[in-house]
Write a protein that binds this ligand. Structure first.
Ligand code: BES
Ligand code: ZN
Ligand code: ZN
Length: 489
């Protein structure tokens, strides 16, 4: 439970209090807290530098059981991400200490000249996301998330901003949904099951849902999508979610890659790290999480979520390198490599979005290429679009949410690499360089005239080691980003 709270600390007493401490400034309005900070800074090992931590138990003259001081560095370096990591780190520390509830002090908005909600948003995000544990497969749960997190704000502020806090929490819940799906192992999220799980959650959020099974997809001629699931015992699925509020001026289609496991198919991947390919449905999970958050927030934008779901496996029925398939859009595709499967399922989903919904904008999210991770590392997504306005909106949202995107080029002449001797196009480039770009160019052949952006999240979708406000596993990267984009398009 999350809430804003004002209380007289001295009179009422507090169980567990977290205080952010700046290196070079008093950032508290509350005299009791300022006094505590002074005491903490008397210890030479605690200066308020980023990373500094100090705990007081039963400080003399105060009715407080535990105070956790967390250094956040110099005032000039204070930004949204510092606040997010401060909150996430603090909550994680409290979880490890076995605490059940905590009061987090919100830095002074007056003193720092910040807007209250600009301050609250990253604090709530960091705390909410940092309070999540993925331990459903552990028989013994070592830690428990906190049951109650309250933010200490000046008198009168609590009521004014409580609705805003609930909204921030709703978006974070979308992120957590995505994280859970991504971290779930592939044997527990075969396409049929993953699709049903999305539909169940979406219905709870009052989204309109549609589910096409393999029979329906065959009938509708989703040839590229079906070619990927051919080797699996599981059937391909296409999930469609609709959020169409009255009076919406535009329709945005979000498309997400949903490969529940990517073995590579007949072009089998090497063993090292193959277990991580359970995360190859991250784009789909993020699209579902975003639609669910947007519906709960009642955003006044028409939204369509399209999630093609398959498992990419080798077998006697699998597609082979050299096979030629007919895509939903009509072009024939030569499968140069069965491991370039994401783009095959995406082109059918994108072509369907165009034909059925005529959206104003399409944004697809996919863990599409290892090449993108080579280019940008594990924390930044690759953004591909020829629409400068759309690029700016997405990049700005990326800065605000710290789900960062870097605008990549899509040179026309590179399309040459996608030529096939036998079909209309080939699913891999003829050179091994610029793989993230060729993948994006391949997709671009199926969007028609629709305004479109592709975000390659192969790097940031998943982390092997926990970070300040995320555990190891799925990160849910993209839910906060897309929600912000939708609100600003
Ligand atoms: N799912 C992978 C991409 C990927 C790689 C995601 C690393 C996350 C981390 C994708 O389907 C793939 O295998 N891409 C190939 C394309 C190649 C065959 C042209 C790749 O990147 O090697
Ligand atoms: Zn692959
Ligand atoms: Zn893949």
């Amino acid at each position: 439970m999350f809430q804003l709270k004002w209380t007289n600390i001295q009179e009422k007493g507090v169980m567990n209090l977290i205080i952010p401490v700046s290196e070079d400034r008093n950032i508290s309005d509350d005299p009791a807290i300022s006094e505590l900070v002074k005491k903490a800074k008397n210890f030479p090992e605690f200066k308020g530098e980023k990373g500094d931590e100090l705990v007081f138990y039963d400080p003399e003259g105060f009715n407080i059981k535990r105070v956790l001081f967390m250094g956040i560095g110099k005032q000039k370096n204070l930004n949204f991400e510092t606040l997010r990591t401060f909150a996430g780190k603090s909550i994680k520390k409290c979880i490890k200490m076995g605490l059940k509830e905590v009061l987090v002090q919100v830095p002074s908005v007056k003193g720092l000249q910040w807007e209250m909600e600009a301050m609250l948003k990253p604090l709530v995000e960091g705390a909410f996301l940092g309070n999540h544990l993925f331990d459903k497969y552990k028989q013994k749960k070592k830690y428990q998330p906190l049951g109650r997190i309250a933010f200490f704000v000046p008198r009168g502020s609590a009521k004014r901003h409580s609705k805003f806090v609930s909204k921030v929490c709703l978006v974070c819940e979308g992120t957590l949904l995505a994280r859970e799906w991504v971290s779930t192992p592939s044997n527990e999220k075969k396409p049929e099951k993953f699709a049903k799980s999305i539909i169940t959650q979406a219905k709870k959020a009052k989204l309109k849902t549609f589910l096409f099974d393999e029979k329906a997809l065959k009938q509708k001629r989703f040839g590229a999508l079906l070619s990927v699931s051919a080797g699996s015992r599981s059937q391909a699925q296409l999930v469609v979610l609709e959020h169409r509020p009255k009076g919406a001026k535009q329709t945005i289609a979000l498309v997400g890659k949903g490969v529940t496991f990517d073995s590579g198919g007949i072009n089998l991947k090497p063993s090292a790290g193959m277990d991580e390919m359970k995360m190859d449905m991250s784009g789909g999970a993020v699209v579902a999480g975003t639609l669910i958050a947007a519906a709960r927030l009642n955003l006044k934008v028409g939204l369509i979520g399209i999630i093609p779901i398959v498992e990419n496996m080798p077998s006697g029925t699998a597609s082979r390198p050299g096979d030629i398939v007919r895509s939903y859009e009509g072009k024939t595709v030569e499968i140069g490599n069965t491991d370039a499967e994401g783009r095959l399922i995406l082109i059918d989903a994108i072509a369907y979005a165009v034909k059925k919904y005529h959206p104003d904008t399409i944004i697809d999210l996919a863990t599409l290429t290892g090449a993108c991770v080579v280019a940008l590392g594990e924390k930044i997504a690759g953004l591909f679009t020829s629409d400068e306005d759309l690029a700016k909106t997405i990049i700005d949202s990326g800065e605000k949410t710290y789900e960062r995107c870097w605008h990549m080029p899509m040179p026309e002449d590179y399309k040459e690499h996608l030529k096939s001797d036998f079909a209309d196009i080939r699913n891999i480039g003829s050179t091994r360089w610029g793989g993230a770009i060729t993948a994006a160019l391949f997709l671009s052949e199926f969007v028609g005239r629709t305004r479109w952006a592709h975000i390659d999240i192969a790097g940031p979708a998943y982390i092997k080691k926990e970070s300040d406000y995320c555990g190891a596993g799925g990160t849910g990267f993209g839910v906060r980003l897309l929600t912000d984009v939708i609100e600003n398009l």
